[in-house]
Design a protein around this ligand. Structure first.
Ligand SMILES: Cc1cc2nc3c(=O)[nH]c(=O)nc-3n(C[C@H](O)[C@H](O)[C@H](O)COP(=O)(O)OP(=O)(O)OC[C@H]3O[C@@H](n4cnc5c(N)ncnc54)[C@H](O)[C@@H]3O)c2cc1C
Ligand SMILES: *[C@@H]1O[C@H](CO)[C@@H](O)[C@H](O)[C@H]1NC(C)=O
Ligand SMILES: *[C@@H]1O[C@H](CO)[C@@H](O)[C@H](O)[C@H]1NC(C)=O
Ligand SMILES: *[C@@H]1O[C@H](CO)[C@@H](O)[C@H](O)[C@H]1NC(C)=O
Ligand SMILES: *[C@@H]1O[C@H](CO)[C@@H](O)[C@H](O)[C@H]1NC(C)=O
Ligand SMILES: *[C@@H]1O[C@H](CO)[C@@H](O)[C@H](O)[C@H]1NC(C)=O
Ligand SMILES: CC(=O)N[C@H]1CO[C@H](CO)[C@@H](O)[C@@H]1O
Length: 511
């Protein structure tokens, strides 16, 4: 892979940032700063006027401060920044979109080096018109626009436009198109990686296959992906976006259980459903901005990659059969890019980070999904159990069901990538947050971890957790267990010993 001449132009201009730095400005590690300065790598430290902007973590609950934030312009500068950190015994994390739920791209604790890939921000389709070259700092919103505008191409990815390709694709990457096209991770064909010793390699199934395997699942522990080669597919011409609210569900555990179970049975039925349909089943409380009452709601939100006529006749009547009458129904037909915007919490493809004070965890629930007794425990906790002082969302995101392309055990066992979650039916994405200016209460964490525990204990199938929805309250040991499992972990530890014996790429959960 090569970087374009325009990238080198940005590199030349970027030196201005270095020149502008005040010579008296110092970080918490003078040796590190001297090295970055000598190598002429642009960086920010705490006495820079705009330090607060560069160092502000999207999760306001975890305001870790790096020793310095490097802003390299070229792959060589990424490599030199890695060497500077190693020479000064400072740990390193890359930052792509910066949206780690544990603020790991800001170190996951104070005093580390963040290598911000913000200038690796280009999305280019190769001459074949189908293979994309995507810089390690590209955000999902701009990637979607650029892929579409260059040749009406698309990949599957999550709903938030400010999320970065760097963290998202290397730890899974689920969105409503994943049942049709696989996870974002499944689109990776090749990676350009800076290793802990500063060497830059191209990793692919044929070249450094161990690094290629390990980066797809555990990049935060293995190396820095400065460029991604991705497969793409034609963007669908029409996308149906639907949301239904069922008020009676939050008034009765019995209705909640039967409604959820009916939807789960429906989506499992291959006579009725194929990969083009996906949804998330969401229970929310106090989630409207500034809401102070205890309002709860149950929503079915999803997409269908097909026409409205087909949705009306072959999907909706069967999906809703036997369910209570929806209190609200929104069904709309959109083009591809238009279908992505309403999914975003801001309603646009704007890539500015959302700054929220929140805590999240996840539980992956294997095929065939939730039993009726597991559903009863889950809804009893939310509808009749302990109160919580925060707003929350528990979104059951569909990974399995009939014809899911995420779960192809033949093609994608643990030999495929360091990502063992290939028999998942639901991923419970649980998130609690407080409003602007409020302090996140400890009870909010206890309550959400109680929900996680209920899901794990009531499940009659294997459960684990999804590394993109990382839970910073897990110990390193627990995180390794739920994110990787024994087999993947053993192999990752072997690769880590070879490529990063000094554990330079470090965060509270790293290998
Ligand atoms: C509003 C919002 C909505 C979300 N919705 C979804 C969703 O629908 N589906 C879903 O799957 N997830 C979703 N997520 C979770 C998201 O996928 C993860 O938070 C993801 O890891 C963020 O990636 P990032 O690059 O923005 O984060 P960062 O904080 O930059 O990176 C996360 C981790 O990856 C490492 N990393 C980043 N870039 C690289 C690189 N180039 N090379 C090596 N390591 C790297 C970092 O060091 C860090 O440890 C959502 C998050 C938010 C904030
Ligand atoms: C990339 O970042 C530069 C500034 O570093 C900016 O001028 C340019 O518009 C960005 N390009 C994209 C595609 O976002
Ligand atoms: C799937 O749906 C078809 C058509 O409605 C139905 O006949 C069949 O019994 C369903 N299968 C299962 C396993 O529920
Ligand atoms: C919520 O409150 C904040 C601060 O009081 C205000 O700026 C914002 O507009 C409010 N949002 C809504 C949706 O009412
Ligand atoms: C689909 O159904 C909705 C609501 O019943 C209706 O308004 C719309 O005209 C239908 N569209 C098509 C193409 O069938
Ligand atoms: C850097 O590490 C890689 C992976 O272990 C190895 O292949 C390479 O030879 C090393 N390069 C140097 C300069 O030591
Ligand atoms: C799944 C999905 O696309 N949901 C969106 C459909 O459109 C409504 C209204 O614009 C949004 O609120 C949903 O988020």
């Amino acid at each position: 892979m090569r970087f374009s001449p325009s990238h080198l132009l940005v590199a030349a201009l970027g030196l201005g940032i270095f020149d502008a730095a005040d010579a008296s400005c110092s970080c918490w590690n003078k040796g590190l700063e001297a090295c970055l300065r000598t190598k002429r790598i642009p960086y920010k430290v705490k006495c820079d006027a705009d330090w607060a902007d560069y160092s502000r973590t999207p999760n306001l609950r975890l305001p870790f401060k790096p020793a310095a934030i490097a802003l390299p312009d070229t792959p060589q500068q990424v490599s030199q920044a890695v060497r500077c950190a190693a020479q000064n015994n400072v740990k390193v994390q890359a930052k792509s979109g910066g949206n780690s739920y544990g603020a790991f791209s800001f170190g996951g604790k104070d005093g580390q080096l963040t290598i911000d890939l913000g200038k690796f921000n280009q999305t280019l389709l190769a001459a074949d018109g189908v293979t994309a070259i995507v810089g390690g700092g590209v955000r999902l919103g701009s990637m979607a626009i650029d892929l579409y505008n260059q040749n009406k191409r698309a990949i599957s990815h999550g709903i938030c436009p400010s999320v970065g390709i760097g963290g998202h694709s290397t730890h899974g990457g689920w969105g409503f198109t994943s049942r049709a096209w696989g996870l974002t991770l499944d689109h990776i064909l090749e990676l350009e990686v800076v290793l802990a010793n500063g060497t830059i390699v191209n990793a692919s199934p044929d070249n450094h296959p161990d690094i290629f395997w390990a980066m797809r699942g555990a990049a935060d522990s293995i190396g820095i992906a400065i460029s991604f080669k991705l497969r793409t597919q034609p963007a669908p011409e029409e996308v149906i976006n639907f949301t239904y609210e069922f008020r009676s569900v939050v008034d009765s555990v019995d209705v909640a259980v039967s409604t959820f179970y009916a939807l789960q049975s429906y989506i499992s039925n291959s006579t009725l459903v194929d990969r083009r349909l996906s949804f998330a089943l969401q229970t929310i409380a106090n989630f409207a901005p500034n809401s102070t009452n205890l309002h709860k709601a149950f929503l079915v939100e999803g997409t269908f990659l097909g026409s409205l006529a087909e949705y009306n006749t072959t999907i909706e009547p069967f999906m809703l059969a036997g369910l209570p009458e929806p209190t609200q129904r929104h069904v709309e037909s959109n083009g591809w890019l238009e279908s992505l915007a309403p999914l975003s919490p801001t309603g646009t493809l704007d890539t500015t980070s959302l700054f929220l004070d929140f805590f999240a965890n996840s539980v992956t629930i294997d095929d065939p999904g939730m039993s009726e007794s597991a559903l009863r425990s889950y809804f009893t906790y939310m509808l009749e159990g302990p109160e919580t002082p925060t707003s929350y969302l528990s979104s059951m995101e569909l990974w399995g069901g009939a014809d899911s392309q995420i779960n192809q055990p033949d093609a994608k066992g643990t030999d495929f990538a360091a990502f063992p979650h290939r028999n998942v039916f639901w991923t419970a994405h649980n998130l609690a947050r407080v409003g602007p200016g409020e302090k996140f209460p400890a009870e909010g964490i206890t309550w959400l971890n109680g929900l996680r525990k209920i899901l794990i204990e009531s499940a009659e199938v294997h459960t684990a957790a999804y590394p993109n929805l990382l839970d910073p309250t897990l110990s390193r040991y627990e995180a390794h267990h739920v994110y990787y499992g024994q087999e993947v972990l053993r192999r990752l530890k072997g690769i880590k010993r070879k490529v990063d014996p000094g554990k330079l790429f470090w965060n509270p959960h790293s290998i």
